[in-house]
Design a protein around this ligand. Structure first.
Ligand SMILES: Nc1ncnc2c1ncn2[C@@H]1O[C@H](COP(=O)(O)OP(=O)(O)OP(=O)(O)O)[C@@H](O)[C@H]1O
Length: 305
């Protein structure tokens, strides 16, 4: 049985269908990214899974336990870690007191080890914490009882780049220990670095569940080219070039003939070697190839709104 299974899971708020007939599963030992723009339904899905809200229809299991069965869910939660997108820690308590409280409820086998990597100022009150320190405290409290499954809602928000990297490395090492990770994000690059598979949700509906490699191949790259000499547009009439924008910067002191450009940007889903071969005869000053923004992925493959 999978670590997480959703079957037609639905939450209808009346005005908003926040989760609409969601069906997918997450395997044991997998890092699964749950991706979607603001308001897509990520937090609603997580709150349904953890039994904080009841589904209007459908069902789900966590570690084989039906999340609609309160007793079964409490049992499962001993082996689950959860990090909220807004950890609502008691502002008056110190970090150490918060961890003591969590330890008394769930157990505490890894606090010291976790604090070596994620080190919030434990003696200070939470109300004095920065957003990043709240998040570090959240990470320690989520993992301190050594869960088999963790559900993380936007876990890197507030972390600086160094901490983000440390957290990514940590999740990977947890995966090697057999832990299943389900985390939501709206940042494609973050999901890309970490996940085996992703699910994309939009307007409460699951748009796709697929291996990250498949998504990246389909979403393409944003390519920008600056050339010292004009390039005919037809050099870019090859498979995989989309949304080509060409231009001539004001600083250019040479006139660029019609049908040619010295700067351009486009989305590219083709073979990068083919592209470079098309441009090899020109004196390129700069070529940048970046991941397409998540918004472009949505617009290109799932229909924009
Ligand atoms: N208690 C509620 N009552 C009514 N509508 C709600 C409630 N909670 C969430 N919604 C709506 O459900 C939709 C999904 O919200 P949700 O918080 O799940 O999105 P999200 O993907 O987590 O977004 P974000 O990335 O901004 O956190 C939104 O339109 C939201 O306004």
């Amino acid at each position: 049985m999978a670590a997480i299974e959703l079957e037609g899971l639905t939450k209808d708020y009346g005005e908003v269908l926040a989760a609409d007939d969601l069906t997918f599963s997450v395997d044991h030992g997998e890092i699964f990214g749950y991706l979607g723009p603001n308001g897509a339904g990520k937090t609603t899905t997580i709150r349904l899974l953890l039994g904080f809200i009841s589904p209007t229809a459908g069902s789900a299991t966590l570690l084989g336990r039906d999340v609609r069965d309160r007793r079964a869910l409490i049992e499962a939660k001993r082996r689950i870690g959860y990090l909220s997108d807004e950890p609502g820690f008691d502002e008056q308590a110190t970090g150490a007191e918060i961890l003591d409280l969590h330890a008394s409820i769930k157990g505490d086998t890894r606090r010291e080890e976790l604090l070596e990597s994620f080190d919030p100022p434990l003696e200070r009150r939470v109300r004095e914490y920065s957003r990043g320190n709240v998040q570090k405290l959240g990470i320690v409290s989520t993992f301190m009882h050594d869960p088999d499954l963790v559900i993380l809602d936007e876990p890197t928000s507030g972390l600086d780049p160094l901490m983000k990297q440390r957290f990514a490395d940590f999740l990977r090492s947890e995966q090697e220990r057999g832990v299943t990770v389900f985390f939501s994000s709206h940042i494609l690059s973050e999901v890309r670095r970490l996940c085996d598979r992703i699910g994309i949700i939009r307007n409460g509906r699951l748009v796709t569940v697929e291996p990250i490699e498949t998504l990246l191949t389909r979403s393409g790259k944003v390519v920008r080219v600056a050339s010292a000499t004009p390039i005919p547009v037809e050099r870019l009439e090859i498979d995989g070039v989309h949304d080509l924008e060409t231009g001539t910067p004001k600083r250019a002191n040479e006139t660029v003939p019609d049908g040619e450009f010295i700067e351009c940007a486009f989305t590219f889903t083709g073979d990068i070697n083919t592209l470079l071969a098309q441009l090899q005869d020109y004196e390129l000053m700069d070529v940048s190839i970046e991941e397409a923004p998540l918004e472009d992925v949505f617009l290109r493959f799932y229909g924009g709104e």
